[in-house]
Write a protein that binds this ligand. Structure first.
Ligand SMILES: Nc1ncnc2c1ncn2[C@@H]1O[C@H](COP(=O)(O)OP(=O)(O)OP(=O)(O)O)[C@@H](O)[C@H]1O
Ligand SMILES: [Mg+2]
Length: 185
């Protein structure tokens, strides 16, 4: 597995804070009596503003890393620091709150609720995170949809690109100002 990074080089010492900082991360999946080591000692530092792609063959651990840095799953050992916070030591409840407020993940299959309109989908993370007063959620969701050119769409389209934009709008809405990640799922 390879991590490709497009970093804006600054002469001299790197002064930007690390947004993601993984150290000695191991992840083993247990299936019955078998234990499969998916990650074996990953060290990875990604600075704020870096554009990074994690590439590698199937089963090399790309999704597992994405799950580690977004707090969807926790390492078996090692530390995961995101924006200065040790997320591998958080409880399930703390992690859920942190994810809702700080992280946006755009999944390959969008995770839009098909029975809801685009506006209702865009409002869901605002309802869950409760960071915005209730009466401001619909206007903000409309504004977010407008940013991705979907203000006039009552329903999420079946067209992939449109659904991806709607999903980006939804997944990042609860995490305004937080790090965002996109994955193949
Ligand atoms: N929940 C799980 N339980 C058991 N094994 C798992 C689990 N999730 C992943 N694995 C195993 O861990 C390894 C890494 O999986 P992972 O999904 O991170 O790979 P990947 O690089 O994202 O692959 P792909 O390109 O196919 O998406 C694989 O061998 C996979 O079978
Ligand atoms: Mg994967």
């Amino acid at each position: 597995m390879v991590v490709l990074a497009d970093r804006v080089e600054t002469p001299g010492i790197e002064t930007r804070p690390m947004l993601f900082d993984l150290s000695g991360v191991h992840k083993a999946y247990r299936t019955g009596k078998l234990e499969y080591p998916a990650l074996t000692g990953v060290d990875l530092a990604i600075a704020d503003g870096d554009m990074v792609a994690i590439v590698g063959p199937s089963a090399s651990g790309k999704s597992t890393i994405m799950n580690m840095i977004t707090g969807i799953d926790r390492p078996t050992s090692g530390s995961v620091v995101v924006d200065g916070q040790r997320i591998d030591q958080m409880s399930e409840e703390q992690l859920a709150i942190w994810r809702g407020r700080r992280v946006g993940v755009v999944f390959q299959f969008f995770q839009l609720l098909p029975t809801l309109t685009a506006l209702e989908n865009a409002m869901l993370p605002l309802d869950f995170s409760r960071r915005v007063p209730k009466h401001e959620r619909a206007p903000l969701a409309l504004h977010n949809l407008g940013l991705v050119g979907l203000a006039d769409k009552a329903e999420p389209s079946s067209v992939g690109a449109v659904r991806r934009r709607a999903a980006a709008c939804c997944d990042c809405a609860g995490a305004r100002g937080g790090p965002a990640a996109s994955g193949r799922g």
